[in-house]
Ligand binder design. Sequence first.
Ligand SMILES: Cc1cc2nc3c(=O)[nH]c(=O)nc-3n(C[C@H](O)[C@H](O)[C@H](O)COP(=O)(O)O)c2cc1C
Length: 205
Amino acid sequence: MFYETSKNNHGLKYNPFKSCIIPRPIAWITTLTKDGINNCAPYSFFNGVASDPPMVMFANNGPAPDKNGAKDTFSNIKANQEFVVNISTYENKDLMNLTCSPLARGESEIDLAALETIESKIVKPKSLKVSPINMECKLFKIIDLPIVKENEYNGIIIGHVLGLNINDEFIKDGMIDIKKLKPLARLGYMDYSVVDNFFQMNRPK
Ligand SMILES: Cc1cc2nc3c(=O)[nH]c(=O)nc-3n(C[C@H](O)[C@H](O)[C@H](O)COP(=O)(O)O)c2cc1C
């Protein structure tokens, strides 16, 4: 099959686009509101985009929960330039899911999910203790993207990872213990996956 995305004439039950970009890691992002409240939400249009220096990106898409502009995570980062990417794992999947609840601005998903936080070393937003990997980020650039519907915002947030906190329990033989970490991944529809098996492949010389 082939369809033109601007016509959306795929003829399928659901738009297949997101299911064609799988699996996606889930950045569970903590930010600080201007009133000093810690905010937290999951974002799966997320990835690393450079390793030296380490840079990450995630994207804000579609309508804001309050239908009044961008989502809180984006607004907070725009206001104070800092965020923490907490990696979501199979173990914390239900808590992660709870934090995407559309709360009013100023209400904290961290309280809703009763998440324990730890002080970050470099940035002000707190890190999530339940997450074995925390990336302390400084905003590098925001790129606005086109929108189709009014009152929506699409944009890419690129961050410079200034500090990387890895729980020592998840390091084995000097490497991240993926079998223990069990990173969660977003698929299409309401499907998720977990990285619990892998293999090695060397690059051609
Ligand atoms: C697994 C998962 C992945 C998500 N990925 C994204 C994403 O990439 N971009 C986005 O704008 N919203 C995404 N969402 C929805 C946001 O988490 C949701 O809109 C949330 O309420 C935003 O919170 P905030 O306003 O506190 O930032 C995702 C939700 C879940 C559960």
